[in-house]
Design a protein. Structure first.
Length: 372
């Protein structure tokens, strides 16, 4: 800043023109000398300067064409009336040294106005900086998120992590763990409950009988295993999956809503259990050879090297007990339902099954390049 931040209120700016060569000391002496006693003791320049009410007189002197031209600045802490009187008194100086001279007041600068202008502009800059740092929407959302996260409850005898609306809502979302429940709460979804492991809690089983249930799992092998376990023990209505390789706890609000919108009815979800080319898996190669020799719609019931070939239609009406069953066609839910207590293995083409008993293994020969 180019002004005094002390007690100065005004600066008197004047211009002096002298007919000949003069020096700065001559000008300052003339001002003090020719105004002395002019305004009485109260406004005497020397006394005012001693008390600090008038500051140091600054003179910027130049010689032009034999004349002395000076710019004079006098700081004042007097009020505007007294400062105006001092300024007017300067114009009475008519001689500097041996030369005739004339002083003319150019203007009286109001330092306080300049300070106020500076304060206003600086305040604008500070306010702008503050506004840039504060995102009101983010602040509101952060507060809401904090409240939502603290709404998590412990549900049932197993104290499962859950949202507060699990009892109230007609629909619930089953997720894998507490972090998933928290992430859904963060975005206002309050009807989620976690299984907290691969073993399905009794509370989840009971809830699934009374609620419309969506299973929402990670996009990995673990998520698929949990779905299989839930399908065998619970009444599931819909299945939603996180994108491949992603976890529910790391999804954004947009991604979560997209996954839930794209959920599929459980009847459209297929469990696949496939093995690599049986020639590379010795214990299945014998079954594979038999599978190749079957006609479409036929099955083989394998028992103690005594294979029984029959039509699929005949078997479904009268299932036969054995070690394994080979079908030349898809492994369907109906086939699984009638065979789960008759055989340990079912070999066939593609697997189109929603629920599979734990004591039954399904092996697909429909995709020999994939193993799950």
């Amino acid at each position: 800043m180019d002004f005094d931040l002390g007690t100065t209120k005004y600066i008197i700016h004047a211009e002096l023109i002298a007919d000949g060569y003069v020096e700065k000391n001559d000008i300052i002496g003339a001002i003090f000398g020719q105004t002395e006693g002019l305004l009485g003791e109260e406004l005497d320049l020397r006394e005012l300067q001693k008390t600090g009410r008038i500051g140091r007189i600054d003179v910027d002197l130049n010689i032009v064409n034999g004349k002395s031209i000076a710019k004079i600045s006098i700081p004042s802490s007097l009020d505007r009336v007294e400062t105006s009187i001092i300024a007017a008194a300067l114009e009475t100086v008519d001689k500097v040294g041996p030369c005739n001279a004339q002083i003319k007041i150019i203007n009286i600068e109001d330092i306080r106005k300049k300070k106020r202008d500076y304060i206003v502009e600086r305040a604008k800059e500070i306010l702008k900086s503050l506004m840039e740092d504060v995102d009101l929407n983010s602040m509101i959302e952060e507060i809401r998120e904090s409240v939502r996260i603290h709404e998590i409850i412990e549900y049932g005898p197993e104290k499962l992590p859950a949202g507060p609306n699990v009892d109230k809502d007609e629909e619930i979302i089953i997720v894998e763990g507490k972090a998933d429940v928290i992430n859904l709460l963060r975005y206002g979804i309050k009807n989620a409950i976690a299984v907290n492991g691969t073993s399905v809690p009794k509370t989840i089983v009971e809830l699934s009988k009374k609620k419309v249930v969506t299973v929402f799992t990670d996009g990995d092998r673990g998520g698929e295993l949990i779905i299989k376990e839930l399908l065998q023990t619970c009444d599931i209505d819909y299945i939603a999956r996180a994108p491949l390789g992603r976890e529910v706890e790391e999804l954004s609000k947009k991604e979560i809503l997209k996954c839930l919108r794209n959920r599929i009815p459980v009847c459209h979800y297929q469990i696949k259990e496939v093995v690599k080319e049986p020639k590379k898996v010795d214990k299945f190669s014998n079954y594979y050879e038999k599978y190749l020799n079957l006609k479409t719609g036929e099955i083989i019931v394998c028992k103690d090297n005594d294979d029984k070939v029959m039509s699929l239609e005949e078997y479904l009406k009268n299932p036969v007990e054995g070690e394994a069953l080979i079908v030349k066609g898809d492994i369907t839910q109906k086939l699984v339902d009638v065979s789960h207590n008759k055989v340990k293995f079912i070999f066939g083409g593609n697997i189109k099954v929603v629920k599979k008993p734990l004591n039954l293994s399904l092996i697909s020969f429909g995709d020999l390049n994939e193993q799950r």
